[in-house]
Design a binder for this molecule. Structure first.
Ligand SMILES: [Cu+2]
Length: 472
């Protein structure tokens, strides 16, 4: 049996009148084009799926940007006939041809830059520093919230959402247009759907309950940050983290100027722009791709549970979580004892590494309640990203203390979460173990990292190199 983690049976309901929005005027003078790295619309047509080809025409008008040296369309023979879940062995189960991008070019069509690279030739490297939410100035808070709202309301030209289809039968797959924000909600929801092996559902998903928890969410946060940088035009924008050990119990972030106050029925109160924030994938379940009303305005509003647990991880729990030197171990799931991943994910007590329950990551999802307490819906609530940035920060601390490198991502017996399994739905594909590099490898860092616990191998050659952002 799957242990109850975040409850997995969502069903949004209720309608609320449109609120007066702080952020609305921002939209009227923003004309945005942007690129997404997954589910490019040109790769989701019946013809593309039938021909097993995902080599879209890029920004320069040529296939994969071949004309300007951005990339080229490459064939591969990596399809595995035994795999029926097309999210596994992604994207090779679906496509025989995909773009291979050169240099710092990125995206399904190589029309984008790798995260933290900018400019027409993607040669401008701008690292970013993730600050705590409480460190943001009033202007930074406003920009963050406005950019979230912009992402929620900007239709994506480079991403469609898979809303249906029988796994393994690409001719049955259906897709829907989406906004920039909701593209990533669907990514999380569709990753959280049960894995199917040989037509049998197994007690496992692509992103949780196993070794991919830290790495897959690191990928998601980098994508999210990249998308917000492009939308806001602020190339050094960085996702703030929320240190719930400091103000979880006082709900210090649920204010008008940040994540919004919660009303008596769990909806968010005006004037916060989240008062008008509708849930994507709100009709999904554990067995379905993202399910939602076609008309975004008819979807249910974002909710939090005002009567949730008010139980938050403490600084002592964070310290205990950091003490486990092994990343993950057999059985590589919610019962893995005495290891960092199952402790951070919140299945095991941080002090003992045992005693299955709800701790750390899970405790925060439960304390906020509403969408955050349903795994297929959680990333609808923008606090999800600040919560996961805090988890990523703890993951980075742990990596530094214990000198971890991609070689420490364990081989394991669970499908789709192996070290060389591709993080679904990255395009071009990136494998899990890459995300066991330190944040600096990608291009971001944390504002307080000079005060983190010291590395236990300061003079060791195993300390990963910093400052070189190579993302592939
Ligand atoms: Cu998740």
């Amino acid at each position: 049996m799957r242990a109850a983690a975040l409850p997995r049976v969502p069903k949004g309901s209720g309608r609320r009148p449109r609120a007066i929005l702080l952020c609305f005027t921002l939209l009227t003078f923003c004309l945005i084009t942007t690129t997404r790295t997954q589910f490019h619309p040109d790769c989701c047509t019946q013809a593309a799926l039938r021909n097993r080809r995902c080599c879209p025409v890029s920004t320069d008008g040529s296939v994969c940007g071949n004309l300007t040296g951005r990339g080229s369309c490459q064939r591969h023979q990596l399809r595995d006939p035994k795999i029926t879940d097309t999210r596994c062995n992604w994207p090779y189960q679906v496509y025989n041809e995909i773009c291979s991008c050169k240099g710092n070019y990125n995206g399904a069509d190589c029309g984008d830059c790798k995260p933290y690279y900018h400019g027409p030739t993607c040669s401008e490297y701008i690292p970013c520093v993730r600050k705590a939410l409480h460190e943001l100035t009033a202007a930074e808070k406003k920009q963050f919230i406005n950019t979230l709202y912009l992402a929620k309301t900007t239709p994506s030209t480079r991403c469609v959402v898979q809303t249906g289809g029988e796994l393994g039968h690409v001719d049955t797959y259906t897709f829907q247009p989406t906004s920039e924000y909701d593209c990533l909600v669907a990514f999380h929801a569709n990753s959280a759907m049960y894995i199917s092996i040989g037509g049998q559902r197994i007690d496992k998903d692509l992103l949780h309950y196993g070794p991919a928890f830290c790495t897959g969410h690191r990928y998601l946060l980098i994508q999210f940050e990249h998308m917000l940088q492009k939308l806001s035009g602020n190339k050094s924008f960085c996702l703030p983290y929320w240190d719930w050990t400091k103000d979880g119990d006082t709900c210090g972030v649920f204010t008008d100027d940040l994540m919004g106050r919660v009303g008596p029925n769990g909806t968010i109160l005006a004037p916060s722009c989240f008062a008008d924030w509708k849930i994507a994938c709100g009709n999904s379940n554990d067995y379905s791709f993202c399910q939602q009303d076609d008309d975004a305005s008819q979807r249910a509003p974002l909710r939090r549970d005002p009567a949730a647990t008010n139980q938050w991880p403490t600084a002592a729990e964070v310290k205990d979580t950091l003490k486990w030197p092994v990343y993950d171990r057999h059985p590589f799931n919610e019962m893995s004892p005495e290891c960092f991943r199952s402790t951070l994910e919140g299945f095991m007590d941080a002090a003992t590494g045992r005693d299955h329950g709800a701790y750390m990551h899970r405790k925060v999802h439960k304390a906020i309640g509403g969408a955050m307490n349903q795994v297929t819906l959680a990333s609808n609530d923008p606090i999800f990203y600040c919560h996961h940035a805090q988890l990523d920060r703890i993951y980075a601390m742990w990596q530094r203390i214990h000198c971890k490198t991609p070689a420490d991502y364990p081989e394991n017996n669970y499908p789709c979460q192996g070290p060389n399994d591709v993080v679904y739905p990255s395009m071009p594909p990136v494998v899990q173990k890459i995300f066991m590099n330190l944040p600096e490898y990608f291009g971001y860092s944390y504002s307080d990292q000079n005060h983190w616990p010291a590395s236990k191998c300061r003079n060791s050659s195993r300390v990963p190199e910093c400052g070189r952002a190579v993302y592939h």
